[in-house]
Design a protein around this ligand. Structure first.
Ligand SMILES: NC(=O)c1ccc[n+]([C@@H]2O[C@H](COP(=O)([O-])OP(=O)(O)OC[C@H]3O[C@@H](n4cnc5c(N)ncnc54)[C@H](OP(=O)(O)O)[C@@H]3O)[C@@H](O)[C@H]2O)c1
Length: 324
């Protein structure tokens, strides 16, 4: 099978296509024939070892000290079940599925994962490209807003980075949960962010949200560019700033914060589990969330997809079509 490999950390040019043997299937695993996957911001970070402050050593221990241990990137996928292990009960060969594989390896024609991980049947009305574009941003934003932020109807919510994969999902979820939503993005994305459900959009090239005098119950910072000290100015007393990108200093601030005041910094790592994917699937079926696709590339063109993600200005997800 064809797969996109990176044998060293670095620029998009370290990624190239190679032939690999077809992955085996353990007794509790399914093998997926990948129709579509994405190059996510996490794939770009890991490939380049561009890691938030203080986590570099830990990341090298996880992903490989001098070179990558697992040489195929990719977590989001949509495809067809190609083989099942003898103990698999939820899936059959030929089923259309989608999900997010924490083990990574979806930048390939086939990969295998356990059936109790984040894999579900494809929701009706979604193409493979649309379904592959949602789990990374959708699951992360669902976990941050619902599980970490306890979002409630009627709250005033600000999403910074509203046009990215996390932000575009967050705007839609926050509106669906009944919040009053404001998005922050650049001029070219203002219309998109309005169309996703934001009642107000702030163009960060024209004005700074913290100077506008508006106060929020929740600020979801998905870009890693606005520090907590700045977000704090626009939080209501008792409000929370949810930071998707955080270094060790932010984790320390989260610990000491309850002593320092009522405005909270909340961060963490979104772990993609089957239960959250099932919730995401329901929201997709209810029409609460739709995919935002920046562009679609072929597997052989994946270097271009990496370069696009590296700019930090993609809209939603950069999809890679693997098998038509
Ligand atoms: N903690 C976790 O568990 C977790 C999980 C997943 C991802 N993450 C992290 O979350 C981050 C975001 O991921 P993503 O996939 O959403 O990234 P992305 O899709 O690349 O987001 C880029 C978006 O950020 C916007 N942006 C850039 N500079 C901005 C600024 N100064 N103000 C406001 N918006 C700005 C861009 O919009 P414009 O083009 O309009 O500027 C673009 O749409 C990544 O760093 C990723 O590593 C964390």
């Amino acid at each position: 099978m064809k797969a996109a490999l990176y044998r060293e950390y670095g620029s998009p040019n370290v990624v190239h296509i190679e032939e690999l043997p077809l992955p085996e299937v353990e007794s509790n695993e399914v093998r997926v024939r990948v129709h579509a996957t994405t190059v996510s911001s996490a794939d770009s970070r890991i490939r380049a070892m561009r890691i938030p402050t203080g986590f570099k050593t830990l990341s090298r221990l996880i992903f490989g000290i001098t070179r990558p241990k697992n040489q195929v990137l990719g977590s989001e996928f949509s495809g067809t079940i190609d083989a099942v292990g003898p103990d698999v009960t939820q899936f059959n060969v030929g089923d259309s599925v989608f999900g997010a594989y924490e083990g990574r390896g979806t930048h390939a024609e086939y990969f295998s994962m356990a059936e109790d991980e984040a894999i579900e049947h494809l929701p009706a009305g979604f193409t493979h490209e649309e379904a592959a574009a949602l789990p990374f941003g959708g699951l992360t934003s669902l976990i941050f807003l619902r599980d970490f932020g306890h979002i409630k109807a009627g709250q005033n919510v600000l999403v910074i980075g509203a046009s990215g994969s996390l932000g575009s999902a967050a705007i839609q979820f926050a509106a669906h949960f009944g919040a009053e939503v404001t998005g922050v993005c650049s001029t070219k994305n203002v219309e998109l962010v309005h169309s996703l459900g934001a009642s107000r959009v702030i163009d960060y090239t024209q004005s700074n949200f913290a100077d506008e005098g508006e106060h929020y119950d929740l600020i979801y910072e998905t870009v890693g560019k606005v520090p907590f000290s700045e977000c704090k100015k626009a939080l209501k007393p008792g409000g929370s700033c949810l930071m998707a990108v955080a270094g060790i200093p932010d984790y320390l601030r989260m610990l000491i914060n309850p002593i320092a005041g009522s405005k909270k910094l909340v961060t963490g790592v979104a772990i993609f589990k089957k239960e959250s994917l099932s919730d995401l699937k329901k929201l997709m079926e209810e029409g609460a969330i739709k995919s935002v696709i920046d562009s679609i590339h072929t597997l052989t063109d994946i270097t271009k997809a990496h370069a696009l993600v590296d700019t930090g200005h993609k809209r939603g997800s950069v999809v890679v079509r693997v098998i038509d």
